[in-house]
Ligand binder design. Structure first.
Ligand code: TMP
Ligand code: MG
Length: 312
């Protein structure tokens, strides 16, 4: 028996096929082996909505450590902003040993797939509080930070220059929500020549005495799983009327960094899955729209940004 497809479906189907092909051809990076997508149709719809709305409706909200910076290079782990201080000549061997012990104890908890966020939070508060207490005992001088960053081998992901420059050229705000150390983060992007005026940073900043020596951390502590609280205060004039968000993160705690955006229209969440890939794939693919597995580049975000901004 011949099954006749009702004519009414044909044009719809062909439109969908062309639409899919369009994205495939325009953003071939989405076919990279590192890319995992739960719902391709949804991703295509969001990207095309964002292109139609153009760069004036867009803001980018990103995590920093292990999202804009690399997780590893040539098989060696790259430093987080905390690790940059940790391995610098600015802190004592005793402090280094204690910070190593903290990392060995708490990092496995941070990425433990079997624990809920609620269970992890008290451990994260303990980790950050102890690490910051150790750091402020070290009498770190503000004017020594730039050299510590230069010596650290910190690395932004491949393609970082295009990422920061395209956002700057299109006047798209880049909001960085980081549980790292803001002073170090600023030095990293300054060192790489991409600390453009469209960048705003929400992070843990050190407070200095009259001699420029770090004596405390300012304000509320930001750890991996409380970024939502900071995000809710993100009502700055800077992002006024920008109702489309491209969000980049590497932790499930980064998913709600856009919770403070007013009148949110479209959001595309891209997640870097750097570590414990097999164990965490399911959780990442079900919560991020696009998951990038062990991908040390910004190729996919860059290709999407180029596609969105080219439509203006
Ligand atoms: P974020 O990338 O979500 O902003 O979090 C910062 C990262 O910093 C998080 O993955 C844990 C890491 N970290 C260290 O490497 N060393 C430390 O001492 C602390 C407190 C955090
Ligand atoms: Mg991170």
């Amino acid at each position: 028996m011949v099954f006749n497809v009702p004519w009414i479906f044909s044009p719809v189907r062909s439109v969908l096929t062309v639409f899919h092909q369009l994205i495939k051809c325009e953003i071939p990076e989405l076919n990279k082996a590192s890319v995992c997508v739960r719902d391709k149709g949804r991703v295509e719809t969001i990207i095309n909505n964002m292109r139609r709305a153009g760069p004036n409706a867009l803001q980018v909200i990103s995590d920093f450590d292990m999202t804009l910076t690399r997780f590893a290079h040539n098989g060696t782990r790259c430093p987080t902003t905390h690790n940059i201080l940790h391995s610098s000549a600015l802190i004592s061997d005793d402090c280094k040993a204690k910070m190593t012990d903290l990392l060995a104890h708490y990092y496995p908890i941070e990425i433990d797939n079997s624990m809920s966020v609620e269970e992890k939070v008290p451990h994260m508060v303990e980790w950050w509080t102890q690490a910051h207490d150790l750091l402020v005992q070290q009498r770190i001088r503000k004017d020594q930070l730039a050299q510590a960053v230069r010596d650290s081998g910190s690395m932004l992901r491949e393609g970082y220059k295009s990422f920061f420059d395209v956002l700057q050229q299109n006047s798209v705000p880049l909001l960085i929500f980081s549980a790292g150390i803001g002073d170090i983060l600023e030095e990293v992007i300054r060192e790489h020549g991409v600390f453009h005026p469209n960048v705003r940073i929400f992070s843990n900043y050190m407070d200095y005495d009259q001699h420029g020596v770090a004596c405390a951390f300012k304000g509320e502590l930001i750890h991996t799983f409380n970024k939502r609280e900071g995000a809710l205060q993100n009502t700055h004039q800077f992002v006024h009327d920008r109702t489309n968000v491209l969000l980049l993160g590497d932790s499930l705690g980064d998913l709600n960094m856009a919770d403070g955006v007013k009148d949110l229209h479209d959001i595309l969440r891209i997640g870097y899955l750097n570590d414990k890939v097999e164990e965490r794939r399911e959780a990442y693919v079900s919560s991020y729209d696009i998951v990038l597995e062990k991908d040390e580049t910004l190729d996919v975000p860059n290709a999407i940004l180029n596609y969105i901004t080219a439509g203006k």
